[in-house]
Design a protein around this ligand. Sequence first.
Ligand code: GLV
Ligand code: MN
Ligand code: MN
Length: 421
Amino acid sequence: MSSKVEKLVPVPERVEADLDELARIHDPESEGWTRTVFSETYRASREWMRSRMVDAGLQVHPDGAGNLVGVLPGCDPAAPALITGSHTDTVEGGGRFDGIVGVLGALEAVRQLIEHDVRLERDLLVVDFLGEESNEFGLSCLGSRALAGELSAADLYRRDHRGTRLGDRYTAFGLDPSDVLTASGWARTRALHRYVELHVEQGPLLEERDVPIGVVTAIAGIERMLATFTGRPDHAGTMPMGDRRDALVAAAEAVLTVRQEGCGAPVHGVATTSRLVSEPGSPNVVPGTVRMQAEMRSVDVDWLSAAQRRLTEEIRLKAGAYGVDVDVEWSCDNECRPTHPAVHEVISSAADSLGVAWEPVPSGATHDAVHIARLCPMGMIFVPSRGGRSHCPEEWSDLSHIATGVQVLGRTLVELDRTPG
Ligand code: GLV
Ligand code: MN
Ligand code: MN
């Protein structure tokens, strides 16, 4: 290892200053550090992001899908490029680290390369992917999905709860929907070598094991369920209990069934109900219709598909006992995606060479890496999340852990640059 490469040690205060500055750009009307995709707050934050990329020494090229792509030119512009990054949007009421650490950490890694005059052979692309968090259109990872050619024209016709089409949201944000659909073109013509993403774990494993680095083994698949329970609205004061067809009672049974499935998962597997909308919602009317939103995730694909079948059957069976009909629709947000063994190997030996302890960990959260894996081999580096909390204002990762993650990222990029193929 050259002495220049050994000097690639991140400056934690610089990362901290960036984290603080970006956190200031949040929606004042919402809880936490909210910056949801397509919001005016997000628009403002990306202006800041773009200038931060330029300050770090990158040439910034926004693409047709709304991704901010910062390029650090290498010695050989024809060689397949390295790519790293993550996202800077948040969930409603989200935190200051999810996704953000991967983008701001990559900027610090770039500053280190420039300051210590470590010139990569390959171009290095640092990407702030558009809208990674799942949105009202039921689609996560908008930017990376578009790059991988996994966003379809039909997706642009998806509607949010106000009836607005996804395509129209892109237009209002200043992006042409036809450019969004063709953005995968640049990623295909610009051959990509390897993708590595630094992220906070968002779960408790690393903290429990007191290990500063996780090398991700696989990213969980996500199956989403929309169930509509149709019972019968009746007078809540007069209809006898035994004669009711109460859609909300059937949905309540379904919520418990979803939980039971999650609790019965043999390996990492979880199941969550996140929304119930009951109609007509009057205090004196037996609920006639309920719409329920739930999801299941696992890195065990066999469990996931079997649990999906069991859940559908059981929900129908239990609802039938209340005289309620159910229509269950499933959609796959993303399939389970193992990380590439070759990238896993480079990350873990980078950690070893820095004397940093690491452990293999699965990811229950989804990531842009799932989609970029369609373009080139991918791997992920995790740093611990305090109390395993995430998607909440209390989300926290210690600066020392983030700095270690950035150092492992920097060393990994240098090593991947030298990997043939
Ligand atoms: C994104 O954070 C997700 O896992 O849904
Ligand atoms: Mn994330
Ligand atoms: Mn998230």
